[in-house]
Design a binder for this molecule. Structure first.
Ligand SMILES: [Zn+2]
Length: 221
């Protein structure tokens, strides 16, 4: 396969982010997957390959706006390619997608609750709640549709009885949000044990979103 230096570097970055997910404990085994936009294509991790065995040319490459579901590469794309592709198609402001079964996000998603404004960092996801998408079986068009709905105006959501999805303007931002969303879910989980959480108002979160836009964390790029 011939590819530009830029594409090769992006493939390497996807693999290093996969390894980071496992090293940081945010993901176990091969259940998580990562995609990124490269021009009018999506690069996505292949199905069932351990991250420490993954090489840049093993990633699958799928066209974003034509030949829906077709792919190039030596291995099949992740079984969750549909929501990755549909998100990149529908969200032109987002260029990377991370999906994991991280423990606290998944625990909250099993209760099928949205995450409320327990911490101001929820503003990093675009609003005062992070929604939980309705359940649908993995890999299905229904799951993708439910995820897109939960992601309306947001850059993260939970997936009922499954896990979570975050999006990013680039891979670094997507991975940053993956860590932030798992942290938020862990904080929410613990406040439920304490029992008397005080939630921030919609106005406070709107103000925080504005503040992030002018001098926000990780906005130096
Ligand atoms: Zn999954």
């Amino acid at each position: 396969m011939t590819m530009t230096h830029e594409e090769y570097a992006l493939r390497q970055d996807i693999i290093s982010k996969c390894q980071f997910m496992n090293d940081s404990g945010i993901n176990q085994g091969t259940s998580g997957n990562i995609s990124a936009r490269y021009g009018d294509h999506m690069l996505i991790t292949p199905s069932g390959v351990p991250y420490d065995k993954m090489e840049p040319d093993m990633l699958a490459k799928m066209p974003i706006k034509s030949d829906y579901g077709s792919w190039e590469g030596p291995m099949k794309p992740s079984t969750e390619w549909r929501f990755h592709l549909d998100i990149l198609t529908n969200r032109e402001d987002m260029h990377a997608v991370v999906h994991t079964h991280s423990t606290y996000c998944t625990a909250v998603a099993i209760t099928r609750r949205d995450i409320p404004a327990v911490h101001y960092m929820i503003a990093a996801f675009g609003g005062p709640i992070v929604r939980c998408a309705e359940f649908a079986r993995f890999g299905t068009p229904e799951l993708s549709a439910n995820a897109l709905k939960a992601l309306e105006g947001r850059s993260g959501c939970l997936l009922a009885n499954h896990g979570m999805i975050v999006t990013g303007e680039n891979l670094d931002k997507a991975m940053w949000r993956a860590v932030e969303l798992e942290t938020l879910a862990r904080q929410y989980y613990n406040t439920q044990l304490l029992g008397d959480a005080v939630l921030l108002s919609d106005e406070e979160i709107a103000g925080t979103i504005e503040a992030f836009a002018s001098y926000g964390p990780k906005d130096e790029e």
